[in-house]
Design a protein around this ligand. Structure first.
Ligand SMILES: Nc1ncnc2c1ncn2[C@@H]1O[C@H](COP(=O)(O)OP(=O)(O)OP(=O)(O)O)[C@@H](O)[C@H]1O
Length: 986
């Protein structure tokens, strides 16, 4: 036969949920015995009284006991006048008789020595067995088999009470039945009288001793065990028969005792010690079980708890009857008993119906169970599959979403790049465009005002898109070729807002990337590319000049160095007319004629005669310059609709014809005849060179370049081009330089068109950049030039001076770092003067830190800012200040978002802002980038802004990523490819 444990409702054992459904508390009751003769003799008084069927009350109100509870409630309480029958009926019968239904059960008697445990348990055992037999008699349809066994645990030894030998029994752990007592005698009961005989044997076998409290004190724990098997009579011999099988334990515990009270000694003391120890373990088990089975349950600490494990929180219904002596003299033990009872009352057990099945029935049962479990497994599998497919779908959706985001971001990046390229191009071009614009008086209705209000629908994007200011400065190009339609860009550019800027979805870093591109400096590459283009076109322009002005007349002496050009241009720029923002032609002419090796003013020709003489050496000066004059006049006539911003014809004429008083220009040619002469010669000449030269804004850097320690562009000293007689520079040569020949591009005689607007613009572009890059010591001139010498014919053919930025010389020169610092300080000043957005400054500041390859950027920035400073009007300044304030407000908000309260407080302290002052964040943001002369302040400002907008990670590393750091010393502007770490020389 196999055994399956079923719940009482018939469900299969092992189902936790159903098991929990059968959870029931241990039935706990209290029985007070009457005061015994000894107690009465001692005039002891009862302290305890049962005030109802469930509550026992402590009657004595001694002050020292006032803190202890006086009333205890249990399932049942029985007073001293209650019979054992009543106790059985109300406190044990239901539990005990579960055994006939196949449910294990246990009835315990717990209490101090001499409290009436044995007295009670004897009665209950008899009543139970009597009722069992009564039940059997009433249920004739079932066949019952009763087996009896009895044991005692004496001094921690298990003894079989049905055997006369005293050999202790071993305990074994059975996986199915739990702890079993090995070789214990189990007697199948014939009848009720048979059991009575056996009970008598047990009583006789049990260790009993006399103590001062109990003449017949039980010195052991006694467990009487009755096993009840039952099966339906009709299936008794059937293969499919099943049997209910359960055990009922009658546990008469030894009584707890105090040695002092029992006057124990010797063997009794030892017994008492074992008794108390095992009872202590039982109490611990009960206490732990009462707290929800947390922690280790010390069943194995004693044989008692080990044997009764199933009854203590296990699968047996359990009833505990706690016996107490109500005598005042036993109050401590009584309270201990009540405490144990109280804990036991919290313990739950799980009762199950134990079904013994025949092998065949067991197989069938197991097959059903197997099918059920397989079914469960399938369900789990399908659930798991559905979970997997769900997760897969989620992932696919996520991938799809990310793909979409990537596409959008890529598109935005491309747009930004495209826009940036154009903007950066304009950064280099705007000077030219402005000058062209001014000279030609293009039909712009008015000057562009504030930078940021021109092209963006929202301020936020404007703030961090400072290059837009360049857009505003080159409206002239907005409807031109090469994608320079900024209005179009405006449409393509998504509107943004401060909220977007600050939103979680768009991090400041992303925002920067979105509108700046991954790195705004990437656009510089395009500058280089455009250098090529524009120079190419400039060469065409030069060829045009050649054609019109008989370049054969130009000899090597007419070649001017770029340095001179720059000096001249700067000079011109310094003395421009305030109204037109342009130098007068006279000034320019003077400048052009200024020898490079001398101070501008000092070296100018001191008289008209000198000037005339100088000019007479070459027609080129009278060819090119008047060409520009004509152009300017022509344009003025065409677009003279804005007198406030554009020079009128008269103004222009005045500008041209009247030297500025305060300027050495008084030595310049001033007669109409000279001017006419110039015009007549250069009428058909391309406009570009001179126009550019007129308005080219130059930074103070060019003044520095005059100094010897500053690398500057020069022709090779050995070259004939550098001969002393070259001091008398000719404008045509300057023109050539200005037109971009210095940049690198070889010219082709047949590759240009004269008087071309495009050529003009390209020339402007080229010149806008020419000054940025021309600087070199010992630079080489195109080999063909050098080899051929300065013969005019050869020069005409190979008019292709090549300039190289010599980073090596820069790098090797300790001057570069000094110069870099100077330039940077200068830029910082200009940023401040021009209200350049802080984010832009920060980005620039972080990216460019003194690498030799930074020089070009620094130059470009200086030029851009220099020009910007000169052109910014009051309205512009007010507007840009507003925008700047707005930017600071945004940074202020970002500070709240980016920094914790602690971090902010640290910042306030660092920046000297009182922690209790109002608008602390705004105070801090208003201090950023303000002390332009304190580099520490600037660095800290940059670091803070970078952290706020998320560009802290930028620096040289980022620059290298975009290919802006060069490992080779020399960079040929012609093949200016920023992405090549080893750019080749021409
Ligand atoms: N409810 C009761 N009514 C009358 N007499 C009782 C009652 N309970 C116990 N007694 C008597 O008290 C004495 C001690 O009882 P009993 O031996 O059952 O105590 P015990 O708790 O088993 O003691 P021990 O732990 O020492 O074995 C016995 O003489 C018993 O007849």
């Amino acid at each position: 036969m196999g055994m399956i444990n079923d719940n009482v409702d018939g469900s299969t054992y092992g189902d936790n949920q159903q098991s929990n459904a059968n959870e029931e508390k241990i039935l706990v009751s209290i029985r007070l015995r009457p005061l015994n003769a000894r107690e009465l003799a001692n005039n002891d008084v009862p302290d305890w009284e049962c005030i109802n069927s469930t509550t026992v009350l402590y009657k004595n109100s001694q002050p020292e006991r006032s803190m202890l509870p006086t009333a205890y409630t249990f399932d049942k309480v029985f007073g001293s006048d209650c019979s054992t029958r009543q106790v059985y009926e109300e406190a044990a019968k239901r539990v005990a008789l579960s055994v006939v239904s196949g449910i294990n059960s246990s009835i315990f008697a717990y209490g101090q020595t001499s409290s009436g445990k044995t007295y009670t348990m004897c009665g209950i055992t008899e009543y139970t067995i009597a009722d069992i037999y009564d039940y059997i008699h009433k249920h004739t349809n079932r066949e019952f088999v009763l087996k009896f066994s009895a044991m005692e645990i004496y001094n921690e030894a298990v003894r079989d009470l049905l055997r006369s030998d005293a050999a202790p029994l071993r305990l074994l752990d059975d996986p199915e039945r739990g702890t079993v007592v090995e070789k214990i005698t189990e007697v199948t009961l014939r009848d009720w009288s048979h059991l009575k005989e056996l009970l008598s044997v047990c009583e006789a076998q049990r260790k009993i001793g006399e103590t001062s409290l109990n003449e017949m004190s039980s010195r052991s724990h006694q467990i009487l065990r009755l096993t009840v098997d039952s099966s339906a009579c009709e299936f008794r011999r059937s293969e499919n028969s099943s049997t209910l099988s359960a055990i009922v334990n009658f546990v008469d515990l030894a009584g707890s005792e105090r040695a002092s009270q029992t006057l124990s000694a010797g063997m009794r003391l030892k017994e008492g010690s074992h008794i108390n120890r095992s009872l202590l373990t039982l109490g611990t088990v009960i206490r732990k079980l009462s707290k929800g089975r947390n922690g280790h349950i010390p069943y194995r600490d004693s044989k008692l708890t080990r044997i009764l494990q199933n009854s203590l929180g296990g699968n047996a219904r359990t009833a505990i009857i706690c016996t107490m002596s109500p005598a005042h003299s036993h109050v401590e033990q009584s309270r201990n008993t009540l405490f144990f009872a109280n804990c036991a009352n919290q313990v739950s057990t799980n009762a199950h119906v134990n079904v013994m099945m025949s092998e065949k029935a067991l197989v069938k049962q197991l097959q059903r169970e197997l099918a059920r479990l397989e079914n469960q497994l399938k369900n789990l599998g399908s659930l798991s599959n559905s979970c997997d497919s769900l997760a897969l779908k989620e992932k696919e959706l996520l991938i799809e979403k990310m793909d979409k985001e990537i596409r959008e971001l890529t598109q935005q990046r491309d747009q930004s790049h495209s826009r940036l390229q154009n903007l950066i191009q304009s950064a280099g071009e705007y000077q030219g465009s402005r000058s062209w614009d001014a000279l030609s008086s293009v039909s712009e209705p008015q000057e562009k005002g504030a930078w940021f209000e021109e092209y963006s629908p929202s301020e936020a994007s404007e703030i961090i898109d400072p290059l837009r200011l360049d857009v505003s400065s080159v409206p002239h190009f907005s409807d031109k070729s090469e994608g320079l339609n900024f209005n179009k860009h405006e449409e393509q550019f998504p509107e943004t807002s401060e909220e977007q800027f600050l939103s979680d979805d768009t991090s400041p870093r992303m925002f920067i990337e979105k509108y700046f591109g991954p790195d705004p400096t990437q656009g510089w590459e395009k500058i280089a590319e455009r250098l090529d283009l524009s120079n190419e076109d400039n060469c065409k322009d030069v060829q045009c000049i050649e054609t019109d002005t008989n370049m054969s007349e130009i000899n090597s002496e007419t070649v001017s160095s770029p340095e001179q050009v720059n000096q001249a241009l700067e000079y011109a720029n310094m003395h421009h007319d305030n109204k037109t923002l342009k130098p007068t032609f006279d000034e320019l002419e003077k400048t052009v004629d200024t020898p490079s090796d001398c101070q501008l003013v000092e070296q100018y020709p001191s008289s008209e005669s000198e000037l005339s003489e100088s000019r007479s050496r070459s027609n080129s000066d009278t060819v090119s310059f008047p060409g520009k004059v004509d152009q300017g006049l022509e344009n003025v006539n065409m677009h003279n609709d804005d007198k406030t911003l554009k020079p009128t014809v008269d103004e222009l004429k005045e500008t041209i014809e009247s030297p500025i008083d305060s300027h050495p220009g008084e030595q310049y040619p001033s007669s109409d005849s000279e001017l006419s002469e110039s015009r007549s010669i250069g009428a058909s000449r391309s406009r570009s060179c001179s126009e550019i030269a007129t308005t080219m804004p130059l930074s103070p850097r060019y003044e520095m370049e005059k100094e010897e320690e500053t690398p500057s562009i020069e022709f090779q000293k050995d070259s004939p081009l550098r001969s002393p007689e070259h001091n008398n520079r000719k404008f045509s040569e300057l023109e050539s330089v200005a037109d971009g020949k210095y940049l690198h591009r070889e010219c082709s005689e047949d590759s240009f068109e004269s008087d071309s607007t495009d050529a003009k613009e390209e020339s402007i572009k080229a010149l806008g950049l020419a000054g940025m890059v021309v600087k070199s010591e010992k630079q080489f001139v195109n080999k063909r030039v050098l080899e051929a010498g300065p013969t005019s014919s050869k020069f005409k053919k190979d008019y292709n001076v090549v300039l190289v930025v010599d980073h090596d010389s820069q790098k090797s020169s300790s001057n570069w770092s000094t110069e870099f610092e100077k330039q940077r300080a200068e830029i910082i000043q200009l940023w401040d003067a021009c209200n350049v957005p802080l984010v832009y400054r920060t980005y620039f500041f972080l990216v460019f830190r003194g690498d030799p390859s930074d020089s070009i950027y620094m130059e470009v920035e200086l030029r851009r800012l220099s020009f910007l400073k000169t052109k910014t009007g009051k309205n512009d300044a007010a507007s840009s200040t507003r925008t700047m304030n707005h930017e600071r407000e945004i940074l202020c908000k970002l500070m709240l978002k980016k920094f914790s309260r602690k971090e902010r407080e640290a910042l306030f302290q660092k920046w000297g802002i009182g922690l209790k002052t109002k608008k602390r964040r705004l105070q801090l943001c208003r201090r950023l980038w303000t002390d332009t002369k304190d580099m520490d302040h600037i660095k800290e400002s940059a670091d803070l802004v970078a952290k706020l907008v998320g560009i802290a990670e930028l620096g040289h590393a980022q620059k290298e990523i975009v290919g802006l750091s060069f490992s080779t010393p020399q960079v040929n502007i012609r093949s200016f490819s920023w992405k090549h770490s080893t750019p080749s020389l021409v």
